[in-house]
Design a protein around this ligand. Structure first.
Ligand SMILES: Nc1ncnc2c1ncn2[C@@H]1O[C@H](COP(=O)(O)OP(=O)(O)OP(=O)(O)O)[C@@H](O)[C@H]1O
Length: 492
């Protein structure tokens, strides 16, 4: 029998979500098998953001930034249907450099249980991804090896550790053997879905979610072999309520370490969980990025690790033509944008604004001019944002207006023109070169030529532009948007 319970959880956007979860009550009172509709109370636009001028540095709170990382990750998972295409280099650092390094080109070589191989093929995977080629043999080795793996999102990390967990559990033993910690409730559910899909033909293995709101009776002992959840609840279930015996855990996975450490308390809770596990428990840690703080955390969680890194190709500005337009107000910038649209055929464009308020205003003006506009805004629920990006990706809208915070980390490949309606600046008002590169890098992918146009409407903005030019040592040409011939030339 499946019954539905409703409870409140906190989302990565810091909003309150009413989440309905199906509980399978007959065989297993704690086995959550799916999620149903959720509603969100919209948050008010931050007063700082609402009041700021387009180009003035806006203070974003740390809270916004943190929430953003988890939301970005979830968004990318929701909209992604495929592996991210990479020609990346794999770097491997082995704990024991003398042991041979295995890499596999097919799933058959891994000698997976037939039920799991069936699950892999049912998901449409024909061969291991780049990171899986090296990570899977290490994770499935006997004796188990510890691993720290870093690669950009969408390269197959989740599928890899899910396969490792499913391979290591003993379905005949009715107690938790694998723990997987995720930074948020939603990310835990996403990973849980992958476990359910990949383990579809392996019904003896059961999964339970250690997430806030999933209340168990005191004194009970879990029978599911895999527990996935957030650090706080997982810690409580191990130490305070003793639903899980940590000494019986064979595999510990810490997913999205970079997002994890951006959230207050998660780092310490994860370390406390790790401390309760047996010495020979396999520790696996995954992260999309690998800055110093992630690395320090990773070393505390994973002793004697093998390390795999998938290097992202260096982005350059060589294939992108960059221009700037001199204006005196946001209205003039809007007019310049219309002139550009009138003069050249733009397949799809992304327009970046500094605040939600400007983005909302601009989207309104553009749609009054007859453009098909999509607006991506921070106050939207993650699923709503995913739907907007999905429509844009399908070409249903030709212009996507967004704030930088909202669009950071989102991959929309087919964009041919990027407009910086406001230049990217950090909290102190200094040029944010990395964001600039990331924004305009989405045009001109894979050697295709792209076009980036920067709108400048003040001395402050001009100064930012000059410093960006200096940083990249690349001249940004001035464009006169009143001269139609000149605009036409830039697209040829
Ligand atoms: N070997 C494979 N062949 C084909 N598709 C795959 C393979 N491995 C994973 N995928 C698919 O590619 C997409 C990305 O995989 P996955 O979620 O495992 O990546 P990830 O690195 O964990 O990214 P993120 O951290 O954003 O979740 C998913 O849609 C997944 O189903």
């Amino acid at each position: 029998m499946v019954s539905e319970v409703t409870f409140f959880v906190s989302t990565p956007l810091g909003q309150e979500v009413r989440q309905a979860v199906h509980l399978q009550t007959s065989t297993n009172p704690t086995h959550i098998t799916g999620t149903a509709g959720s509603t969100v109370n919209k948050t008010e636009e931050s007063s700082t953001a609402a009041k700021s001028e387009p180009d003035a540095p806006t203070k974003t709170t740390d809270e916004d930034e943190k929430d953003d990382k988890a939301a970005q990750s979830l968004l990318n998972k929701l909209i992604r249907s495929n592996l991210v295409n990479t020609t990346h280099q794999v770097e491997v650092l082995q704990r024991d450099p003398n042991s041979p390094l295995y890499s596999v080109k097919s799933f058959e070589e891994l000698r997976l249980k037939p039920q799991l191989l069936q699950g892999v093929y049912a998901l449409g995977f024909n061969r291991p991804s780049k990171i899986q080629e090296t990570a899977l043999p290490m994770m499935l080795a006997e004796p188990p090896q510890n691993l720290i793996a870093q690669s950009q999102s969408g390269t197959g990390k989740t599928a890899a550790f899910v396969l490792a967990m499913l391979s290591h559990v003993d379905p005949n033993k009715k107690y938790p053997q694998c723990l997987c910690v995720s930074p948020t409730y939603e990310l835990a559910l996403q990973t849980g879905k992958v476990i359910e899909q990949m383990g579809k033909h392996y019904p003896e293995v059961q999964l339970v979610y250690a997430i806030r709101g999933n209340k168990l009776q005191r004194g009970m002992k879990l029978q599911e072999q895999i527990v996935i959840g957030t650090p706080g609840t997982m810690l409580d279930w191990c130490i305070k309520f003793k639903f899980i015996d940590p000494k019986m855990i064979k595999v510990f996975v810490l997913d999205e370490a970079d997002v994890m450490i951006a959230t207050q308390g998660h780092q310490d809770q994860s370390i406390r969980i790790q401390r309760t596990l047996p010495k020979d428990c396999q520790m696996l840690l995954f992260s999309a990025t690998f800055e110093e703080s992630v690395w320090n955390f990773a070393k505390r969680i994973v002793p004697d690790p093998n390390i795999i890194k998938l290097k992202r190709e260096e982005e350059t500005l060589d294939t992108i033509k960059q221009y700037y337009v001199q204006c005196t107000s946001k209205e003039e910038k809007f007019q310049a944008l219309c002139n550009i649209y009138g003069a050249i055929t733009i397949a799809q464009a992304m327009v970046f604004c500094h605040t939600r308020k400007t983005a909302g205003w601009l989207a309104g003006e553009l749609s009054r001019e007859g453009h098909q506009v999509a607006l991506l805004s921070g106050e939207m629920q993650v699923e709503q944002r995913a739907a907007v990006i999905d429509r844009f990706r399908d070409g249903k809208e030709k212009v996507l207006v967004t704030t930088n915070v909202c669009a950071r980390g989102i991959d929309v490949e087919q964009v041919s023109v990027v407009i910086n309606f406001d230049l990217p600046v950090d909290r102190e008002g200094n040029p944010d070169n990395e964001t600039y590169l990331h924004r305009i890098g989405r045009t001109g992918r894979f050697g295709k030529r792209g076009l980036a146009i920067n709108m400048v409407d003040s001395k402050f903005a001009m100064n930012v532009l000059t410093r960006i030019q200096e940083h990249f040592n690349k001249k940004i040409e001035k464009l006169d948007t009143d001269d139609l011939d000149e605009i036409e030339k830039i697209s040829s």
